[in-house]
Design a protein around this ligand. Structure first.
Ligand code: UD1
Ligand code: CA
Length: 458
């Protein structure tokens, strides 16, 4: 089996991002662009992954983390792509090949790289190239006019007018034979327009050495777009999101508009899932069958079971939603919440760290925190669990079949016993007896001779 080493070039400073954040740490779909490259590289199970870093090095290493599968190599001065690969030489396996990736080309697909690797052997060179309508700015692939064999790569800034017309470009991603690398990289010169040691100059050296050179192209052109500024970053963000949406649509998910949908993590959907516009899915989100997510919802690390409906403008995080639940509009479900089947949570309701058993309803303007709620409970509008005494959080227990009247405060720790009813406007500080009506209210009075104050008209 071919021994594959990966070298990721990530030392450039990314001036055009105009940011104090190193370019490769800018997020794409919620994840640093370098991490996209790393995660894709990892799926190829290479023998080694070397990351060449420079600008913002400490921050880059800290963000990505020190994993045992990564070799971090500092390139103190950025003298060119050839110089960058040279830094990795001591770590490369002499009988293997090196796959060169760019830290700022985040969306190249595993499959595209797989095809590249399949074409490679330890005495050949394989280039990932594409034909572009507008090749400006890229290195051009120069082929022999008679044989069509690749002869060299010429950088745009060094290209002749006729070479500039070539539409086949170097994506920068290539596979190199390690047994020749040291010799070739030592021979590189920086006598060119940019005064850099170009990795691309080794192509002509390989031709001279009689090493076969092959080209392969990606499945989609956007896979090889690099991020140099925030406009390109936004183009790639949309390409990524569209690609995820296409994959989900192939599995049957229905989008009101796939262009207004964002995943920042993993979204897994069952059958007959409908997603309206402007929804954001973060972390791990799992949607079962027959689920409708209405417009403008944000779901972060959520599992939603079959038949549930999430109405507009709801925010749900670190929670589990049971079958046929109805949430929102304008609901906020906070971490540690578990709703069993058929629970209704309505508008302007906040639920935190609570378990609500089947068929209970909290439909209007309430705060339920640190609560264990039984089945078939009805919580009236404006009910608040007072779970915090300024120092400690306490739990509220609401047992099955409880009815809580509107505008009630339940001061924890407190238990509302099975079947009990709490009158509207009560402040409950002690456990309520089973099956009884409990209320705490001052008696209503009327003052017969009272006059409403009036401003003097004079
Ligand atoms: C490079 C290629 C060009 C290709 C283009 C594709 C060379 C000489 N040119 O040009 O043929 O069409 O990519 O986008 O290879 N880097 C380092 N250390 C360095 C220099 C660069 O780590 O000393 C990294 C950069 O951070 C970046 C990548 O290498 O991730 C490419 O460098 P860049 O300077 O952007 O190369 P281009 O001029 O775009
Ligand atoms: Ca570039």
């Amino acid at each position: 089996m071919l021994l594959v080493n990966v070298v990721i070039l990530a030392a450039g400073m990314g001036k055009r991002m105009r940011s104090s954040l190193p370019k490769v740490l800018h997020p794409l779909a919620g994840k640093p662009i370098l991490l996209h490259v790393l995660d894709t590289a990892r799926t190829l199970s290479p023998a080694k992954i070397c990351v060449i870093y420079g600008h913002g090095g400490e921050q880059v290493r800290q963000t990505i983390g020190n994993h045992s599968d990564l070799i971090w190599i500092e390139q103190a001065q950025q003298l060119g792509t050839g110089h960058a690969v040279k830094q990795a030489l001591p770590h490369l396996d002499s009988n293997g090949v090196t796959l060169v990736l760019f830290g700022d080309v985040p969306l190249v697909k595993r499959n595209t790289l797989k095809v590249l690797i399949e074409k490679a052997h330890k005495d050949s060179l394989v280039l990932l190239t594409v034909e572009l309508d507008n090749p400006a700015g890229y290195g051009r692939i120069v082929r022999d006019s008679a044989t069509n064999r690749i002869q060299a790569i010429v950088e745009e800034k060094d290209a002749s007018p006729s070479q500039k017309k070539i539409r086949e470009i170097n994506t920068g991603i290539m596979i190199l034979p390690n047994n020749h690398l040291e010799e070739w990289l030592d021979k590189l010169s920086n006598a060119n327009t940019q005064g850099e040691y170009y990795l691309t100059d080794i192509i002509a050296m390989a031709v001279n050495a009689g090493i076969p050179i092959e080209a392969s192209c990606p499945e989609s052109d956007w896979e090889v777009i690099g991020v140099n500024n925030k406009i390109q970053l936004s183009v790639l963000e949309r390409a990524y999101q569209r690609d995820v949406a296409n994959g989900l649509m192939e599995q049957g998910v229905m989008f009101a508009d796939p262009a207004r949908f964002d995943v920042r993590g993993q979204l897994v959907c069952g059958n007959d899932v409908e997603i309206d516009i402007n929804c954001v899915f973060e972390g791990n989100v799992h949607l079962g069958n027959n689920i409708k997510i209405h417009a403008n919802c944000v779901l972060r690390n959520v599992k939603i079971s079959d038949g549930a409906v999430i109405h507009p403008f709801s925010l749900i995080e670190d929670a589990e939603i049971g079958r046929n639940c109805r949430i929102g509009p304008y609901a906020r479900i906070r971490p540690g919440t578990q709703l069993d089947d058929g629970v209704h949570v309505g508008n302007f309701v906040e639920i935190k760290n609570s378990h609500i058993a089947a068929e209970s309803k909290v439909n209007h303007l309430s705060y339920i925190g640190d609560t264990e709620m039984g089945r078939k409970v009805n919580v009236g509008a404006g009910t608040i669990t007072c779970n915090y005494d300024g120092a400690f959080k306490h739990r509220t227990i609401i047992e099955d079949d409880v009815f809580i009247g509107s505008d009630t405060q339940l001061v924890a720790p407190v238990t509302i016993t099975k079947g009990s009813t709490v009158g509207a406007g009560s402040t409950i500080t002690r456990d309520t007896p089973e099956g009884q009506l409990t209320l705490s209210r001052t008696r209503q009075i009327s003052i017969s001779n009272w006059k409403r104050p009036r401003k003097d008209k004079g």
